[in-house]
Design a protein around this ligand. Structure first.
Ligand code: DGL
Length: 253
């Protein structure tokens, strides 16, 4: 089979939140080519219907495949919950979705109380409810919509009094309920991690599923022979007072 040099990994989200997944993916797959679609015109997805989000996910996936994507990361919990099964049925490529990280959180908590922050769409989806029922039987789960979080991140307001006020309203109830571990169930929320920790006021563990999603992507790419073998690899060599950048072009087929 001839290797397609223009192939790439597609990633999409309602906005910039998916970049919290992209940064983990790129650590594991630095030589890949990427195309990122941020659906800003229709952000946020959180309160929109399953049908609407499925339609957006379908249109974006079709666009990304047209651009050369042969695997797509749905870097959005809300879109994963609403649409990933439809995408898998309709398109002949692999889709990697976000998993609410309830299982690692349930294993980690010492107080036995796990907080989950996510959008309304994610919290009411059967995918999340099934995960919670499967992995969180022995712990108490308290949930809260991260009200206004997506808007903060889209506006680049990640710290400071305004961010703290907004974040406090959703995080305080989780802390008061005894949570020592909080699942970040929306890809925008990791960008507010410092503010979440600050308003929590005591040590808590935040669980971001992005590194696990990146590892899963790597596995699926390995299984399907999609790891790039034709790209430039770059290495930085330092000796004495000189530094050289070496580009190696390998295995072009
Ligand atoms: N970043 C998305 C998620 O993971 C969507 C947030 C939104 O658009 O409401 O759920």
């Amino acid at each position: 089979m001839r290797y397609k040099i223009n192939r790439m990994i597609g990633i999409f989200d309602s906005g910039t939140g998916g970049l919290s997944v992209f940064r983990e993916v790129r650590k594991l797959l630095p030589e890949e080519r990427y195309i990122y679609y941020s659906d800003n015109a229709n952000c946020p997805y959180g309160e929109k219907s399953k049908e609407y989000i499925t339609e957006r996910a379908r249109a974006i996936s079709s666009f990304l495949i047209g651009q050369g994507a042969d695997i797509i990361v749905v870097a959005c919990n809300t879109a994963t919950a609403a649409a990933i099964s439809t995408l898998r049925e309709e398109f002949p490529i692999n889709f990697i979705g976000m998993e609410p990280a309830v299982k690692p959180a349930a294993q980690k908590t010492r107080t036995g109380v796990v907080g989950v922050l996510a959008t309304a769409g994610t919290l009411k989806a059967s995918k999340y409810i099934d995960t919670r029922e499967k992995w969180a039987q022995d712990v108490k789960i308290v949930e809260h919509i991260g009200q206004g979080f997506v808007e903060l991140v889209e506006n680049g307001i990640l710290t400071g009094p305004e961010a703290e006020n907004v974040v406090e309203r959703s995080v305080r109830p989780l802390i008061e309920a005894g949570s020592d571990t909080i699942v970040l169930g929306c890809t925008h929320y990791p960008f507010l991690a410092d503010t979440i920790m600050k308003v929590a006021g005591r040590p808590i563990t935040l669980i971001d599923p992005a590194p696990a999603v990146a590892r899963h992507l790597l596995e699926v790419m390995e299984q399907n022979g999609l790891i790039r073998k034709d790209g430039f690899s770059m290495s930085l060599n330092s000796s004495g007072d000189s530094t050289t950048l070496e580009y190696t072009y390998n295995n072009l087929v």
